[in-house]
Design a protein around this ligand. Structure first.
Ligand SMILES: *[C@@H]1O[C@H](CO)[C@@H](O)[C@H](O)[C@H]1NC(C)=O
Ligand SMILES: *[C@@H]1O[C@H](CO)[C@@H](O)[C@H](O)[C@H]1NC(C)=O
Ligand SMILES: *[C@@H]1O[C@H](CO)[C@@H](O)[C@H](O)[C@H]1NC(C)=O
Ligand SMILES: *[C@@H]1O[C@H](CO)[C@@H](O)[C@H](O)[C@H]1NC(C)=O
Length: 358
């Protein structure tokens, strides 16, 4: 009893300290060192597409270990990113000048002690391409993006992104993509989901799952994100961006993502459809808006729309209709509408199509 109390107290102390950290290298300053507290035993990673000649000038110290960052900017032989284990705080010192420091895009990510101990937890640094294969019944994978090194194809191109394809999971597996890093400031992983397969819909009989065999390429334009899965899953990640301002889906039953973090221009998705059968279309959305946003799904004869106001927040709302979609538009009057994530989906049912009403 006493022992379990002590254990509980220890757990409590650890969980108080348990905030994982992301610290940008652009915050380093040659006039002093940058120190931040992390949990001892946490794993320290670097995600950076910066020049090693500049990373070499930044020293990372934790406990009695000091390492120049170019030596942390590497992969192990098995393709996993190199990390060092934290012992006390992390100190970054640099001899780069202020202009050079301000131009760095990389960042340090430190896990908690518990995450470092967890065999189901892993970290991926995406520099070019990365195949992810998880065979266990449970996994959490943190994806650290690095700066895109391609010419701008449109002004909505994010600074960093993962282009996710070849997602292979089973209908009995709940696969969820989340923004942020796991357990950041009170998020328990249920309030920051921006993509899921299967999706959960509700009708009079209650909730039911709809699984999609076909998933459109997902462009996750975030510096970092993570996914959780309670079954085996594979996917392929690339550090690339393809303009999706106007996009044609690749199957009748399908799901995809439109997200925005910075500059936006109106998007349209054209759907493939099966004119002989009934259909359902809808969205799973979260939005933190600084300007109004309209989502409209148009069918042949009717449409379904949602208008969100400036300053409105929507967290993980699902909206769907029995409508065979022709297209979906996501429009804003501003080029800077705020952050939003729209997972769209469409599927044909087993019933014959209702008689057209127009
Ligand atoms: C800062 O350092 C870079 C690279 O070493 C150099 O090219 C640049 O001239 C320096 N700028 C200043 C203001 O010292
Ligand atoms: C979307 O589809 C509807 C219905 O066919 C059509 O009226 C509308 O013009 C389409 N919108 C765009 C932007 O193509
Ligand atoms: C919406 O979310 C943002 C960012 O999380 C927050 O700062 C703001 O207060 C929220 N607005 C409303 C109306 O809840
Ligand atoms: C599309 O999904 C519906 C509903 O889950 C299913 O009945 C139908 O057979 C699927 N069609 C295809 C082509 O997979």
């Amino acid at each position: 009893m006493v022992r379990s109390c002590i254990f509980f107290l220890l757990l409590l102390i650890i969980s108080v300290l348990a905030d994982p950290k992301v610290v940008s290298l652009s915050q380093t300053n040659s006039h002093g060192s940058l120190t931040f507290t992390v949990e001892s035993g946490g794993q320290i990673y670097l995600a950076s597409g910066d020049d090693n000649q500049l990373l070499k000038n930044i020293q990372l110290t934790t406990g009695s270990t000091t390492i120049p960052l170019d030596q942390l900017n590497v992969f192990n032989n098995d393709g996993t990113p190199k990390f060092i284990t934290a012992t006390g705080s992390v100190i970054l010192t640099t001899s780069n000048n202020a202009t050079t420091s301000a131009g760095l895009s990389g960042y340090i990510y430190v896990t908690t002690y518990q995450q470092a101990q967890d065999p189901t937890f892993s970290v991926c640094v995406l520099k070019t391409t990365q195949s992810i294969r998880k065979t266990t019944m449970k996994s959490t994978v943190v994806v650290l993006n690095t700066i895109l090194k391609q010419n701008s194809v449109d002004y909505t191109m994010p600074r960093m992104t993962s282009y996710v394809t070849k997602i292979n999971s089973s209908p009995n597996t709940n696969l969820k993509f989340h923004w942020d890093i796991p357990a950041l400031s009170g998020e328990d992983g249920t309030k920051n989901v921006f993509f899921q397969n299967p999706i959960v819909l509700r009708n009079e009989e209650g909730p039911y799952n709809v699984f999609f065999d076909n998933v459109e390429p997902l462009q996750v334009g975030l510096n970092y994100w993570y996914f959780t899965s309670n079954g085996p899953v594979n996917m392929f990640l690339e550090n690339k961006y393809i303009s999706d301002i106007s996009y044609w889906t690749t199957a009748v039953n399908t799901t995809g993502l439109i997200m925005n973090k910075r500059f936006y221009t109106n998007h349209i998705v054209y759907f493939r459809s099966d004119a002989t059968r009934s259909a359902v279309s809808g969205v799973f959305e979260s939005a933190y808006l600084t300007s109004s946003l309209t989502i409209k799904i148009s069918g042949q004869c009717s449409s379904f729309g949602e208008n969100f106001n400036n300053q409105e927040n929507i967290t993980q709302a699902t909206a769907w209709v029995e409508l065979r979609p022709v297209n979906m538009t996501v429009t804003s009057t501003s080029v800077f509408p705020g952050t939003f994530y729209i997972q769209y989906f469409a599927f044909a049912g087993n019933d014959p199509a209702p008689k057209p009403m127009c």
